[in-house]
Structures are given as C-alpha cells and as structure tokens.
Design a protein around this ligand. Structure first.
Ligand SMILES: [Zn+2]
Length: 212
C-alpha cells in the first residue's frame, strides 16, 4: 500500500507542476492544506470566486475582474482619464507588465503578446495572437510604441515580426515613433527578474527604432 494516498499525490504533483514552485514547496503546500481541513474549504471557495470573477482583459490581456455587465476590462484600460492614451508598451506577459508598473514611471497603455517568437517554432499561431495587437494599433492614435521586451533573440524576432505585420497592414509610420529598451538589461533574463534600477534606466534611455 502506498505511504502517500494517491489523492494527495495528485495535489502534490499539481503544485509541483506550477512553474517556479518546485518539488519541496509543492509538497509543503499540499501537506499544509491537508493538515488543516478548514483550509481546503477556504481554498475551494477562493478558487471558485477567482474562476467566476477573474479573467483576461479583452483589450490588453492583463488580468481583470468581471464587471457588472460581464466584461473583462482591466484597471489600467479602465483609467481612460489618467493614463496617457498616446503611448503603448508591448510586453511579453503579466509579470513584465507588473514590473513596469512598479517603477511608477510609465503611464501609457499596455499590450501583452503572451509569448515571443522562437527561432525554431512555427509562427502561424503567434501571427494569429498578434492580430489583435495589430488591429489595436491600426485603429488607435498612438504616437509612441515601446517594445518592453527582454534582451534576447526571441525578443528581436518578435519585434521584427510585429513591425512586418504593421507594415503589411499599412500603418503610417510617419505619425508614430517606435522604441525598444536601451541596453543594460542582462541577456536572456526575463523582465520580471531585472532590477528596478536597470529596468528604469533602459526605459528612460529607450532607443528609437529606425523604420525603413
Ligand atoms: Zn487591459
């Protein structure tokens, strides 16, 4: 007979499979929940509420709370009067967005692309996910677009692909300046792991991309 019940093993492996949790923490979380039964009810209730009320913003992809009319618009996209509607920053994921927000420096809009172009992967599905970004840019009046992406080959390929899609869709580049972050971000490090100082410096000294 197994020393650990299989139901508990399922819980442990569930936690362990979450990125960044790992083997020991997954085990600790599982036992912590199991050994205090009231925590199970609490967790089930919290997860149920999250499942019902939390989703992705339909404009930018950030995490959002469902509104009374059943729409998911995040708190940033909702701040129409206080955010700079002429600036858009393109980021890889929610963690990047939170890192930039924590700097208290950038006050424009965001768009989350979800993942970056990988040199050996098929880009067809990524093309599809980028179509909402491209339509958003074409239909908006952004004067400044900033690629808030990591210092990596994948980020460079993603920038090239998005610029190509914008050209294909006849964006008038005369009216919009496009930037990438300045050097200073360590190569291959995710944005959320870059120090606030380096991130702020790279944003302050952002580099204008010459569109040909
Ligand atoms: Zn949003």
């Amino acid at each position: 007979m197994d020393i650990v019940p299989k139901e508990l093993m399922h819980l442990i492996s569930f936690f362990q499979n979450i990125e960044g949790v790992g083997s020991k923490l997954g085990q600790k979380l599982s036992y912590s929940i199991i050994l205090e039964p009231q925590k199970i009810d609490e967790l089930v209730n919290i997860l149920h509420q999250v499942r019902l009320k939390v989703g992705r913003c339909t404009i930018c992809g950030n995490i959002a709370t469902k509104s009374e009319n059943n729409k998911f618009i995040c708190s940033i996209c909702n701040q129409l009067n206080t955010r700079n509607s002429k600036q858009l920053m393109i980021v890889e994921n929610v963690f990047s967005l939170l890192s930039f927000e924590s700097l208290g420096f950038y006050n424009g809009h965001y768009h989350i692309v979800g993942r970056l172009v990988h040199p050996t992967h098929n880009i067809d599905d990524l093309n599809f996910s980028l179509s909402s970004l491209v339509s958003r840019i074409i239909q908006s009046q952004y004067e400044e677009i900033i690629f808030g992406l990591s210092n990596s080959l994948e980020a460079e390929l993603t920038i090239s692909l998005i610029l190509k899609l914008l050209k294909d869709n006849k964006l008038d580049f005369k009216n919009v300046r496009i930037y990438k972050l300045a050097s200073g971000i360590p190569s291959g490090v995710d944005i959320e792991n870059v120090s606030n100082k380096s991130l702020l410096d790279s944003l302050r000294n952002k580099i204008l991309i010459d569109i040909k």
